[in-house]
Design a protein around this ligand. Structure first.
Ligand code: ADP
Ligand code: MG
Length: 393
C-alpha cells in the first residue's frame, strides 16, 4: 500500500472528517444488514482511542440532490451508537453554520454523523465550493469508503484538495488484499467469474487474463461464451453483440496459455421462475426453448477441485440464479469449496458477497470486499479516483 493511512498522521485533539460508506439496506426504516457499519468500526475506534474528534460523512440511497425524509441517516447513527456503546449525534445537515457550531462543541473522542451528503447536488457534481465547505469542518480527511472510491465526488475527491488526506483501515485492508492478488498472488491464481453480463466484466476478464493461471466461468455470461464457440444455448440469457468479443477473449486466453473453463454441464429451466421445471444437460446439448440457470453438478465438482488446488482464489459473480433455491447449488458449491480451501480467498461483487453471507460462509473467506463496483474497477486495473486523491507514503 503506497498511500498514507491514519497510522501515519497525528490525530489527537484534531477534527477528523471520515468518509464512510454507510449505504446499508433499509426495510421499513430497519437496517437489514449492518455489515458496512461494522466494517467502519476499526477506523472509528482507533481514531477515538487516539483522542480524535470523529466527524463521519456518508451518502445514503439516491436522493438526487434533495432532502428525502426516508433517506436521512438517523437509523444509521442509532445503530452505530449501539455498536460503539457511545452516543452518536446525527446532525441535521452536512455543511452550514449549525453543523459548524455542533462540530466546534465536540470533545476528544466524540463521534458525530453528518446528514446524507447526497441531499446536496454538489456532492455528486464534485463541486469545489461544497468540497471546501465540508473540508472547513475538519483538520484532516480520512477516506474509509472503499465502496465509493470509484466515484469522483466532493466527499471522495474534491475535499482532498483542501485537507491532508489519508486512508482509513477498511480502505487499507481492501487495497492490500486486492492489490496483492493482482500484483503478487500465491499461485496458482484462480479467478472465478460469473454473474449477469459479459459486458459488465470484460475489463476484469481482460486484466485477469494477464494475471491469473485459470479463469472459471459461470453465471449467465457463460452462455454468451458457449454461443461464441458455436453451441446453441436455447433461451439462455446472452449478449449477442458481444459474441466477437467473447471469441477474442477465448483466443487471448489460449494464446496466453491461461486455463479458461466454461461449464461442461448446466441446469436448464423451461422458464425463469423458482418453480420452473429443471433438468441437468450437457452444455453441448441445451435444448431449444430452455434456459441455462446454473452450472451443473459435474462442473461444480470440477471447479471445486481447481479451487482446492489454488493458492489464491478471486470470485466475482454468482454461478447461477442463486436467488432461486433450485438454481443455487453451483454458487453454493463454489462458496463451500472456497471456504474449505487453504488458498487466500477473496470475494468481490455485491451479489456474490450477498450469496456468501446468506450461506453463512462469510467468516471463512480471507476477504469479502465491501465495494462491488469499486472492486470491479480495481480488478480492471483502473486507478480509483478516491484512492488517487490520498497522500502517497
Ligand atoms: P456481482 O454483483 O456478484 O458482481 P452480477 O451483478 O454480475 O454479480 O450478477 C448477479 C446476478 O446474475 C444475480 O442476480 C443472478 O441471479 C444473475 N444470474 C446468474 N446466473 C444467471 C443465469 N444463468 N441466468 C440469468 N441470470 C443469472
Ligand atoms: Mg451485482
Amino acid at each position: 500500500m503506497n498511500k498514507q493511512t491514519i497510522r501515519d498522521v497525528e490525530v489527537t485533539g484534531r477534527r477528523v472528517l471520515v468518509r464512510v460508506d454507510f449505504n446499508v439496506p433499509l426495510d421499513d426504516g430497519r437496517i437489514t444488514d449492518d455489515r458496512r457499519i461494522r466494517e467502519a468500526l476499526p477506523t472509528i475506534t482507533e481514531l477515538r482511542r487516539r483522542g480524535a474528534r470523529v466527524i463521519l460523512a456518508s451518502h445514503f440511497g439516491r436522493p438526487e440532490g434533495k432532502v428525502v425524509e426516508d433517506l436521512r441517516l438517523d437509523p444509521v447513527a442509532q445503530r452505530l451508537s449501539e455498536l460503539l456503546g457511545v452516543p452518536v449525534a446525527k446532525l441535521a445537515d452536512c455543511v452550514g453554520p449549525d453543523v459548524q457550531r455542533a462540530v466546534a462543541q465536540m470533545h476528544n473522542g466524540d463521534v458525530v454523523l453528518l446528514e446524507n451528503l447526497r441531499f446536496h447536488p454538489e456532492e455528486e457534481a464534485n463541486d469545489p465550493a461544497f468540497a471546501r465547505a465540508l473540508a472547513s469542518l475538519a483538520d484532516l480527511y480520512v477516506n474509509d469508503a472503499f465502496g465509493t472510491a470509484h466515484r469522483a465526488h466532493a466527499s471522495t475527491v474534491g475535499i482532498a484538495r483542501f485537507l491532508p488526506a489519508v486512508a482509513g483501515l477498511l480502505m487499507e485492508k481492501e487495497l492490500i488484499y486486492l492489490s496483492r492478488a493482482l500484483e503478487d498472488p500465491r499461485r496458482p491464481f484462480v479467478a472465478i467469474l460469473g454473474g449477469k453480463k459479459v459486458s459488465d466484466k470484460i475489463g476484469v476478464i481482460r486484466n485477469l487474463l494477464t494475471k491469473a493461471d485459470a479463469l472459471l466461468i459461470g453465471g449467465a455470461m457463460s452462455y454468451t461464451f458457449l454461443r461464441a464457440t458455436g453451441l446453441s444455448v436455447g433461451k439462455s440469457l446472452t449478449e449477442d453483440d458481444k459474441l466477437d468479443l467473447a471469441r477474442s477473449l477465448l483466443e487471448d486466453a489460449a494464446k496466453r496459455r491461461v486455463t479458461f473453463r466454461l461449464p461442461d454441464d448446466v441446469v436448464v429451466a423451461d422458464r425463469f421462475a423458482e418453480d420452473a421445471t429443471a433438468r441437468v444437460v450437457s452444455a453441448k446439448a441445451i435444448p431449444a426453448g430452455w434456459m441455462g440457470m446454473d452450472i451443473g453438478p459435474q462442473t461444480s465438482a470440477a471447479y471445486a477441485a481447481v479451487i482446492a488446488g489454488a493458492g489464491t482464489v478471486m470470485w466475482n459473480g454468482p454461478m447461477g440464479v442463486f436467488e432461486f433455491r433450485p438454481f443455487s447449488a453451483g454458487t453454493r458449491a463454489v462458496a463451500e469449496a472456497m471456504a474449505k480451501s487453504k488458498a487466500v480467498t477473496i470475494v468481490g461483487g455485491g451479489d456474490s458477497a450477498a450469496a456468501v453471507q446468506q450461506m453463512g460462509l462469510a467468516d471463512r473467506m480471507t476477504h469479502i470486499s465491501t465495494g462491488g463496483g469499486a472492486s470491479l474497477e480495481f480488478l480492471e486495473g483502473k486507478e480509483l479516483p478516491g484512492v488517487a486523491a490520498l497522500l502517497d507514503r
